[in-house]
Each structure stands twice: as structure tokens, then as C-alpha cells.
Write a protein that binds this ligand. Sequence first.
Ligand SMILES: [Fe+2]
Length: 232
Amino acid sequence: MALRTLVTIKARSIIGFRQQLRGLQTFTLPDLPYDYGALEPAISGDIMQLHHQKHHQTYVTNYNKALEQLDDAINKGDASAVVKLQSAVKFNGGGHINHSIFWKNLAPVHEGGGEPPKGSLGWAIDTNFGSLEALIQKMNAEGAALQGSGWVWLGLDKELKHLVIETTANQDPLVTKGPSLVPLLGIDVWEHAYYLQYKNVRPDYLKNIWKVMNWKYASEVYQKECPCLEAR
Ligand SMILES: [Fe+2]
């Protein structure tokens, strides 16, 4: 193992140990529910490995650091430092939340990836958007038009009891667009999610990602969260 990797692991374990001593939650990188190459050819194994092991890990590491610094600032009564840390908490915490959802939003084809939604979510999509094809077209158009880096979401508005399509900038989670919004599907449109394979052609990445979309996961979240179903 390279010295740099060992030093990084040691530094992370020290942060985790200190946070445990202080009763702080330490976040860790979740395992992928499939192999890195399992989404090929839609998304290459190289992209998945880099995206998970490097990008998501960095959000987790920096989120833990920011929480530790925030705890210090609160204990010292340093109001200025507390406010200053909010952007690091939002960016890195959002990155951890969003990517943890993203991995579950995808599935290998032999495990049902790309199979259209059935049941209540299928009906809701037809009611809200006309058809699944219309929903995909709208999400792809919004994802392609999003300037810079961010996410395009299919969400459930629990208060209004309908589905919504939203975009968020940077690593903002969907809840920043409204407290009653629950993410069903999130598509990462940061360049790190597609550039190695698709170069600058984001629309091709958006077209192909639906071939490995895990609608089963989205349906489970919808059935659990939708108050419209409780009333039936
Ligand atoms: Fe990402």
C-alpha cells in the first residue's frame, strides 16, 4: 500500500476516533450494491470506481471534517466560524446524501435495471407527465440545460401529493427546493459522472442512464412516502 494511502487512512481514522470520543456521528462511504463494471455499457466500470472511491469518499471525508470543526466552533461560542462552516456542511453533506441515493437509483440490467416502473408509481407518472417517455424527455432536457454542475431529480411532493421534476445546483440535495420534497430518482450531471466515457456529450449520458435505472427502488420509496396511497 502506498505511503500516501496509509497516511490518508490514518488521518481518517484519527478524525473518526476523535468524533466518537465527542459523541459525534462519523459518516462512512457506503458500499455499492453491485460491481463497478456491472452497469456497462451504459456506464463504464472506470467511471463508477472513480466516482465512488474518489469523489464520494472525498465528500464523506470533508463532511466529517466540517462537522468536527462545527462542533469546535459551537463549543467555543464562535458564531462567525459557525456561520462560515455552513457552506462546507451543505456542499459535502449534500454530496454524501446525493451520491448515497444515486448508487441505489442504478441497477445492472440482469437485476432489473431499466425495467419500467409498475404499480402506483407507474400510474402516478402517467397522471403527472402523460407517459414514462414524456417524463424521461423532460428530465433529459432539464439535465442537459443545467448550467455547470448539479442534479436533476424526480421527486414526490408529499404536501401537494404529486410528482415533480426539479434541478439543484452543485451538491444541493432536493430538500433545498422544498421541505416536503422526497427524492425518488436523482441523476448526477457533474462532468465526473460521465466525462471519461461520454466526453462533453452530456445528452448521450442522459439517454443511456435510463437503461440501468432502478425503478424498483423509486417505486419502493414512493409507496413508503406517498400520503396519497395511505388515503386509499
Ligand atoms: Fe457525482
